[in-house]
Design a protein around this ligand. Structure first.
Ligand code: GLU
Length: 467
């Protein structure tokens, strides 16, 4: 059997963190078993579905590296097929026309609530002869669901979950206006797409009982189901916008790498021994459903940020340089030319050691794209005393004579410090302030080498000239 999984978002909002994890688990499960990962856009709710949301979902999946193996299926294009299956169910007696008016349904609901019963359709048209149908009512089509026995979901995460069929009413498959209900459309589409494993959030578990009844009525082979526990906010409440960045693309804006977010989402609800840092390939090799836990997980931004730092350090310098340039793009006072790009690339090994997000990385690299005179932060300004400027003045000729490899710079600084009777740090500190406008940077020799001799001398001169 070839495994086929699908991610089936409704395009009514963002691709949030819970959806991203569902997509990731479907993707990994398919890849682990040499199968196929599909995407279905569940846009049957025409009023709430938007093209913008479709775009955001596709963009988010692309950013996460979770593209589907085939073009997406749009559920709304399949309405005729959904209706055809309902016709089959009518023909086999597994479905019937229900002429209950909205008013009757409302009364049924109110009475149930008054009697503290769950509101259910009472089956009043289940056995009634259609010749009794009132005029002018377009019937809804309902499933003639079994009344005895029970429906069991053999869930691959939750274990067996059962419900007495008496608890389930005859669900609507096709509304009076001819549109399919969501529960019905999902079953037909999963069947037609040959989906073998439905992996989705456990908020869908109760839908599964009803969906299984449709499979039974059609005599279709059922997929296996795996319902993933929810992701909660750090405070244990349902994850919401209140918890900050919940859209996947918001994590990009906040400077997270997709591999860090995927690594984090993988570990959120799935475990394999102590393995914390997992690449995509390692995740594909190890992921399987038995490793998914049953408890809800909590979003832990500190852990995500830690993982992001790890993945930034592992990332290619050219890619990080491009990320930094993208993020510095609209900052005032910077010149993002090839020279700046080259400097950022050269210093990247040092810069990435100290950054946990790409935003921090961009902040720390910005000085490389400035032109003299640099702005100085308060600490740097305080360091640039008349004595410090004097020191820089006498250091400049030594640097001018250096051939400016990091080793030569290091040797020149040490020789200068020794001759001046100072520690290396006492020389490096004002030099760093003059070159970066701040008091933090990667190693001073690497910083000088990245800027190049002419720029270093220009920045020293400009720092000395500041009032
Ligand atoms: N469209 C549903 C949702 O976005 C998912 C349905 C499913 O996975 O079966 O929650």
């Amino acid at each position: 059997m070839t495994i086929r999984t699908r991610f089936a978002p409704s395009p009514t909002g963002l691709l949030h963190i819970g959806g991203a994890r569902t997509a990731l688990f479907n993707f990994l499960y398919a890849r682990h078993h040499g199968g196929t990962f599909l995407l279905r856009i569940e846009d049957t709710d025409r009023e709430r579905s938007t093209q913008q949301s479709v775009d955001v979902i596709l963009e988010g999946l692309a950013w996460l590296g979770l593209n589907a193996d085939e073009p997406p299926v749009f559920q709304s294009t399949r309405a005729a097929r959904h209706a055809a299956v309902v016709d089959e169910l009518l023909a086999t007696g597994h479905a019937y026309r229900c002429y209950a008016t909205p008013e009757e349904l409302r009364q049924m609901r109110e009475q149930a609530i008054a009697e503290r019963r769950p509101p259910r359709y009472d089956g009043r048209w289940r056995d009634r002869d259609p010749s009794e149908a009132p005029a002018g009512i377009a019937p809804a089509i309902r499933l003639r669901a079994p009344r005895a026995g029970e429906t069991i979901v053999e869930d691959l995460v939750q274990g067996p979950v059962r419900v007495a069929n008496a608890e389930l009413d005859d669900m609507i498959l096709l509304r009076g206006d001819g549109s399919p209900t969501y529960l019905h459309a999902v079953v037909v589409d999963d069947h037609d797409m040959d989906i073998t494993h439905v992996i989705r959030g456990d908020d869908h578990l109760t839908n599964t009982f009803r969906q299984l009844q449709i499979y039974d009525a059609m005599g279709w082979e059922k997929p296996r189901f795996a319902h993933l526990p929810m992701i909660h906010g750090p405070d244990g409440a349902k994850l919401s916008k209140r918890h900050g960045a919940v859209s996947v693309l918001e994590f990009d804006r906040e400077g997270f790498l997709p591999e860090a977010l995927c690594n984090y989402l993988l570990r959120l609800g799935w475990g394999h021994g102590d393995a914390e840092i997992l690449s995509r390939d390692e995740a594909i090799a190890l992921f399987d459903l038995p490793g998914v836990g049953r408890a809800a997980s909590r979003m832990d931004y500190a852990k995500l940020t830690h993982l992001n730092g790890v993945w930034i350090r592992a990332a290619d310098d050219g890619r990080l340089t491009a990320e930094v340039l993208r993020r510095l793009h609209d900052r005032p006072g910077l010149t993002l030319d090839d020279t700046a790009a080259q400097r950022i690339h050269t210093l990247m090994p040092g810069l990435k050691e100290r950054s946990k997000t790409l935003v921090e990385l961009a902040d720390s690299a910005a000085f490389l794209a400035r032109s003299v005179p640099l702005p100085f932060d308060a600490k740097a300004a305080a360091i640039l005393t008349p004595d410090a400027k004097h020191l820089l003045q006498s250091l400049a000729p030594a640097l001018a004579a250096s051939d400016f490899t990091p080793a030569a710079i290091d040797a020149a600084l040490r020789a200068f410090a020794e001759a001046a009777g100072k520690k290396l740090g006492q020389v490096a500190q004002p030099l760093r302030a003059a070159l970066t406008g701040s008091t933090v940077s990667p190693g001073i020799d690497a910083t000088l080498a990245a800027l190049g001799r002419a720029e270093v001398l220009a920045r020293i001169e400009a720092a000395i000239a500041t009032p």
